[in-house]
Design a protein around this ligand. Sequence first.
Ligand code: ATP
Length: 322
Amino acid sequence: MKKIGILTSGGDAPGMNAAVRAAVRCGIERGMEVYGIKRGYEGLLDGEIVKMEWHSVGDILQRGGTILRTARSARFMEQKWVDHGARMLEAFGIDGLIVVGGDGSFRGGVDLSKRGISVMGVPGTIDNDLAYTDFTIGFDTAVNTILGLISNIRDTSSSHERSTIMEVMGRHCGDLALYSGLAGGADVILVPEVKCDINEVCRRVLQGQATGKAHSLIVMAEGFDMDATELAKTLEEMTGREARAVVPGYIQRGGSPTEKDRRIATITAAKAVELLYDDSSSKAIGVNGGELVAMDLAEALNVKPEFNNDLYELSNILGKGR
Ligand code: ATP
């Protein structure tokens, strides 16, 4: 009987549980034994590996986070520990592994695949920073969570006639800021991919004030080369209007996954199981133009990120004021 494992790694993302559920049930359906590996690569190294049953993944589809827990493993960055991880899988008779995580987790997967393990990467990160797939699991939920926060902050900043700088996650990727800023009607979106002059930000806020706008909203990616508090201070000095930095932090990572995230998680994990069943070499699974795609795991990490400049330009036009 074929034995496969699944782990979740790196930052947690809403929808990871949907991926675990689909992997376990599709695996069992195909007559395989499916093992859950706790706490990402850390749990693999420590042999925290448990056999999953159909019912082990009941009632988790709607839950954020990951029932398998997750971790960042410093040990796994060392080759001797990757060897240890491969031996651990061998000891359990597992020759296929599903890794749900971001680029770092996929890199760990590539290392394992060099040791004869077939590794399927399922894109689980709110950052949307895996360029081979249109969207990663958790991104849509995080965007919608941020939208809710934007809506709340609009109420209070309009009442007090303030400017707000909302700093959102995403590491070096500006997608969370771009998509939430566009849908939330931000006056300015600041992302690491586009240089932006702070004088231009101040000019926009001043122009808004001059035309009677009660508030200004700036959505800034954490990877932008300025701190939100610093920007708020500069804005206050330049515009004479109160400005507040709002940094929601990990609130963006929690919550029940949206339909889209549950669907992407379910179909990519099901595909991962199918590929392992068919003895495929290591692949990264994702969606491209609505279609499922699977490409070589190492190659997937080399796909160059493409920032959506059209969307950025459109948000710029809509936010600039007249
Ligand atoms: P997120 O984007 O949500 O942070 P991630 O998967 O990119 O997710 P990382 O912390 O970068 O998160 O990686 C998760 C784990 O994967 C690391 O703690 C480490 O154990 C392993 N890993 C990361 N980079 C490598 C690498 N180059 N080689 C081997 N393993 C790695």
